[in-house]
Design a protein around this ligand. Structure first.
Ligand SMILES: NC(=O)c1ccc[n+]([C@@H]2O[C@H](COP(=O)([O-])OP(=O)(O)OC[C@H]3O[C@@H](n4cnc5c(N)ncnc54)[C@H](O)[C@@H]3O)[C@@H](O)[C@H]2O)c1
Ligand SMILES: O=C(O)CC[C@@H](O)C(=O)O
Length: 413
């Protein structure tokens, strides 16, 4: 058998940020035992050191995977984001280094929707202020400013997996749901879409944000947008910290223009539970502050562990990139009795022809070939009929690596 493909016990996984133990269990079940498990995030310098001999890395939202980290990670072939957001990863740098990135697009969405719904009820009843007062020994019994959720207008910005689930839950409470999304979305239940963010802000009693971090969503809620909200309205942000300008929000809460807010994500978040959390919102009783725990339930974290570890193991075992967030997607059958080679290259004309020339020159019988490209990168998987003890796959691999524009080539099995 060729020595080029790595034995499973030599494939190293580095898991950071205390991803759920279910991830470790899945990897072990799939035969991967070289797992380094760290409960915190690492800064860039520590990461560059740690990733040097890792083939896979698993992170949550705190670890920044930059071009510098990918350049240092010579053996890295895959990243698992054990969360939805992938904004902490330089996805282009990953792709240019031939590193496939996976995430868990659904597993924690219900948890976020439930928390947001609970916060909306708490804010409508002015519970944050009453709770803070009671902790100080004050008795603040009044119905002034307290409302039922029934009949209120909930404005959802971003009607994706979380926004649309929240829409269904909020309707069960009798809320009127309206949403704004840059894409055309099917309104669920009795929800209706509105044409612009400004219109949504002007109509809603409660505005909740469920957009990804992008150039367009950065600082999308600043003083002018807050001013457009109804006097006494409420704001919830459990999306990303860069979506809301916190100083402007603090001012809107201090002035009483907004009656309350619930914020789970911040422009700067502590990198561990030992660091102090700094924010101008800390002094405001009418603001619920949570430490980025929208998706932090046992159910969600366990499911994410299983889902993302499963995707990494599947890519490692089979080469499938189905549901990758930065890579051409190839879904592959297992081909018993064949050898499988992977070739990741810059998407230039003639790459497949060059590879096929090599196969023809070596008189190799191809039993399967799969190609997907995006604007920058091409991914070819080649199954060849050759005995396990033949070294033809190694010879072919050397020749494929010599093709100009090759990013990475390896024998999978
Ligand atoms: N607080 C937490 O713990 C937590 C947990 C999970 C997800 N999140 C965050 O929530 C975000 C949303 O999650 P999701 O699963 O609903 O994502 P999603 O991709 O299913 O939905 C996002 C929606 O936002 C829309 N959108 C994008 N840009 C927009 C813009 N400029 N204006 C209006 N709409 C826009 C998209 O079209 C899409 O419908 C994630 O990207 C993540 O950053 C936070
Ligand atoms: O678990 C985390 O660190 C982040 C969770 C959430 O923001 C996500 O993007 O899924």
């Amino acid at each position: 058998m060729s020595q080029v493909s790595l034995a499973k016990d030599r494939i190293k996984f580095l898991l950071l940020e205390g991803v759920h133990e279910s991830a470790v269990e899945i990897l072990k079940q799939r035969g991967y035992h070289s797992i380094e498990y760290i409960t915190t995030a690492l800064d860039e310098a520590e990461l560059c050191d740690k990733v040097r001999d890792a083939h896979f890395i698993g992170i949550r939202s705190r670890t920044q995977l930059t071009e510098k980290v990918f350049a240092a990670a010579e053996k890295l072939i895959g990243v698992g984001c054990f969360c939805i957001g992938t904004n902490q990863v330089d996805l282009v740098a990953a792709r240019n280094h031939g590193v496939v990135v996976f995430n868990a697009p659904f597993s924690n969405t219900r948890s976020v929707a439930e928390l947001v719904l609970a916060e909306i009820i708490m804010l409508l009843r002015r519970i944050p202020e009453k709770n803070a007062a009671a902790h100080r020994g004050e008795w603040y019994k009044t119905a002034t400013g307290s409302f039922e959720a029934r009949g209120k207008v909930l404005g959802i910005v971003g009607y994706g997996h979380i926004g649309s689930q929240l829409s269904i839950l909020a309707e069960q409470l009798g809320m009127q749901v309206r949403f704004y999304d840059v894409e055309s979305k099917l309104p669920l239940g009795n929800a209706s879409s509105v044409a612009s963010l400004d219109a949504l802000l002007q109509q809603s009693d409660v505005v909740t944000l469920h957009v990804p971090e992008t150039a367009q969503t950065q600082w999308m809620i600043d003083a002018p947008q807050l001013t457009k909200m109804k006097p006494g309205a409420l704001l919830v942000n459990a999306s990303r910290g860069t979506v809301v300008v916190i100083d402007a929000l603090a001012e809107a809460l201090r002035s009483g223009h907004l009656a309350g807010a619930a914020i789970d994500v911040f422009p700067v978040e502590p990198s561990s539970n030992k660091e102090v959390f700094e924010s101008p919102l800390r002094e405001l009783d009418n603001c619920i502050l949570t430490p980025h725990v929208g998706g932090s339930t046992q159910e969600a974290q366990e499911n994410i562990g299983v889902e993302v570890a499963g995707k990494l193991a599947h890519y490692s075992d089979n080469g499938s990139t189905l549901s990758a967030v930065n890579f051409p997607e190839v879904s592959l059958p297992t081909h018993h009795g064949a050898r499988r080679l992977l070739h990741i290259h810059q998407n230039r004309p003639g790459m497949l022809t060059r590879i096929n020339q090599l196969l023809a020159e070596q008189n190799i019988n191809v039993s399967g070939q799969y190609l997907q490209t995006d604007a920058d990168v091409g991914y070819v998987v080649i199954d060849i009929d050759t005995p396990a003890d033949s070294d033809i796959a190694d010879t072919l691999l050397d020749a494929m690596r010599a093709i100009e524009g090759t990013i990475r080539a390896r024998v999978l099995y």
